[in-house]
Design a protein around this ligand. Structure first.
Ligand code: SF4
Length: 442
C-alpha cells in the first residue's frame, strides 16, 4: 500500500517529530541453531548489526528474522527447515517483513533453497558471513532507494527539541566520503537517494567553516549516473541560501521538492522556540523558493500548542497556511520533553485545545491538498514503482518526484504489462484524491 498520510496516523506529537528525524534501523531477531561456531557467528552478526544502528529484538516484535542454520546431520537440517517454514508462516501473516537464512545450510544448499522458499529475502553462507556480512541486507529500505546521511546531530538549539542534547556536537562528513558512498550506491542500481541529517543546510559549518550543502550537491549530482532522483530532507529555514535554491533549480536530478519544517509563523513563538527566523523572513523565503524553482513542491511541518500559543497565534498560523498553500503539511502536537528549555516555559496549552487546533489545521490542509492535487490530472509524470498492490491484477503503488518515501502519498498506477519495484515509468494522471493520485502507465 502507498504510505498513509499525516492526518490519518492519529495524533502525532513532537516526540514523533524527534523520532522521524532519527532514522531508526530495523528491529532484528536472530535464531541460532547448531554448533559453537554458529554461536560465535551469531554474536558477530549481532555486534555488527548494532554498530550499524539496527536494534536486536525478540521474534514477536522484530521486522527481520535471521536464522543461523546448521546442516551437520539430517536432524539438524530438518530443524533448520522447520524453523524457516515457521518464519515464512509469520511473514505470510504480516508479522515479519524480511527473512534471512544464514549459516551452513545456506552455504551448502543456497541455490536449491532459494528456488524452494521464495519468501526468504536473502541466503548467506558461512563464507559470505566471514567475508562480507552486510548489515544493509537486514535493512527494510527497498533496493532502488537509499538514504545518505551527511551529518550527525544538529547545529541548532530549538527550545522544544531534545535532539542536540541527546546526540551531542554537530559533525559533518567530508565531501569525499559522501561522494564515495554515492558512487558505490550508484553502481548498485539505486534510483533515488535521499540526503538526510537533522539539519542538512548546516552541512559544512563545522569542517568547512561555512554552508557547503550546495557545493556538495553539485558533486553528488555529477557522481549520479544511474541515480535519477536526489531528494533533500530536513532543511532548516534560517540556513537556506540563494546558492542552495539555485542549485536545486539548476540540477536536473535534484527533485523539485523541498522539505522545510517551519513549525510556526508567530514572531513571538519563532523567537521563544529559538528558530533564528522571523515571520516576514519566512514569508520572503517561501516566495523566493517558489519563484526561483518553478513547480516546486514544498513540504513543511507545524507544531500546535507550543508553550505560550494563544488563539490569536493559532489563527495567524491558519491564515498563513491558507495563503501559502503548501503542497504537503505534517502537523504535530507539542509535547513537553524533559531537559528542554520549553519544558518549563509558562503558558503550557491544555491537551484538548492542542488536539482541537491540530484537527482544525489538518482539515484546512486536506482541502488545500485536494485542490492542488487536481492540477496533475491529464499530466504525465515519472513514477518510481514501489510494489504491486495486493489483491489487484494490474495496480502498482509508486511515487512521483514530489512524494518522499514513507511520509507522502503516491500514485496508484494501472498497467497492462507487469511492472517491477524500482522501475521508472511515465504515467498519465487520471484522478486525484486528497493525497494520492491515480494514473495509467504509458
Ligand atoms: S533543527 Fe531544531 S527541531 Fe530540528 S533537530 Fe535541530 S534542534 Fe531539533
Amino acid at each position: 500500500m502507498i504510505r498513509a498520510l499525516d492526518d490519518t496516523m492519529g495524533v502525532k506529537t513532537t516526540k514523533d517529530f524527534h523520532k522521524e528525524r532519527v532514522r531508526q534501523g530495523s528491529k532484528v531477531s536472530i535464531i541460532n541453531l547448531g554448533c559453537a561456531r554458529n554461536l560465535v557467528d551469531a554474536q558477530t552478526i549481532l555486534g555488527r548489526l548494532q554498530r550499524h544502528g539496527h536494534r536486536i529484538a525478540g521474534l514477536d516484535t522484530s521486522d527481520v528474522a535471521i536464522v543461523n542454520t546448521c546442516a551437520f546431520i539430517d536432524e539438524a537440517k530438518k530443524e533448520s527447515i522447520d524453523t524457516i517454514l515457521d518464519l515464512i508462516e509469520l511473514k505470510k501473516k504480516g508479522k515479519l517483513k524480511k527473512i534471512i537464512v544464514a549459516g551452513c545450510l545456506a552455504q551448502r544448499y543456497g541455490k536449491e533453497l532459494a528456488r524452494e522458499f521464495e519468501e526468504v529475502d536473502a541466503f548467506m553462507g558461512v563464507q559470505k558471513l566471514d567475508r562480507e556480512w552486510i548489515p544493509e541486507s537486514v535493512s527494510l529500505t527497498p533496493r532502488h532507494l537509499a538514504y545518505v546521511k551527511i551529518c550527525e546531530s544538529c547545529y541548532n538549539r530549538c527550545s522544544f527539541c531534545i535532539i542536540p542534547a541527546i546526540k551531542g556536537k554537530f559533525v559533518s562528513r567530508t565531501m569525499e566520503s559522501i561522494v564515495r558512498e554515492v558512487e558505490q550506491i550508484d553502481s548498485q542500481g539505486v534510483k533515488e537517494i535521499n540526503i538526510i541529517g537533522q539539519d542538512i543546510t548546516a552541512y559544512g559549518m563545522d569542517i568547512y567553516r561555512g554552508k557547503a550543502l550546495a557545493g556538495l550537491l553539485r558533486k553528488v549530482a555529477a557522481a549520479a549516473k544511474n541515480i535519477q532522483w536526489i531528494r533533500l530532507l530536513y532543511t532548516f529555514p534560517a540556513h537556506v541560501t540563494d546558492d542552495l535554491i539555485e542549485t536545486i533549480a539548476g540540477e536536473d536530478k535534484i527533485c523539485k521538492y523541498i522539505d522545510i519544517p517551519l513549525q510556526h509563523i508567530s514572531d513571538k513563538l519563532l523567537l521563544s522556540m529559538n528558530r533564528s527566523i522571523t515571520a516576514q523572513e519566512t514569508r520572503d523565503l517561501i516566495r523566493k523558493i517558489r519563484v526561483r524553482i518553478p513547480g516546486v513542491y514544498v513540504r513543511t511541518t507545524f507544531i500546535v500548542g507550543l508553550p505560550g500559543e494563544t488563539q490569536d497565534d493559532f489563527e495567524e498560523l491558519m491564515q498563513f497556511i491558507r495563503e501559502a498553500r503548501f503542497e504537503r503539511v505534517g502537523a504535530f502536537v507539542y509535547s513537553r520533553e524533559e531537559g528542554t528549555p520549553a519544558y518549563d516555559m509558562p503558558g503550557q496549552v491544555p491537551e484538548e485545545i492542542k488536539k482541537r487546533r491540530l484537527d482544525a489545521l489538518m482539515a484546512l490542509q486536506r482541502e488545500i491538498s485536494k485542490s492542488l492535487q487536481k492540477r496533475f490530472i491529464g499530466r504525465t509524470l515519472p513514477v518510481l514503482i514501489e510494489e504491486k498492490e495486493s489483491g489487484t491484477a494490474d495496480v502498482y503503488g509508486g511515487r512521483t518526484p514530489f512524494d518522499a518515501p514513507e511520509v507522502d502519498g503516491g500514485v496508484y498506477v494501472h498497467s497492462q504489462r507487469p511492472l517491477k519495484p524500482g522501475e521508472m515509468v511515465p504515467a498519465t494522471i487520471q484522478d486525484a484524491y486528497e493525497y494520492d493520485l491515480v494514473g495509467k502507465a504509458l
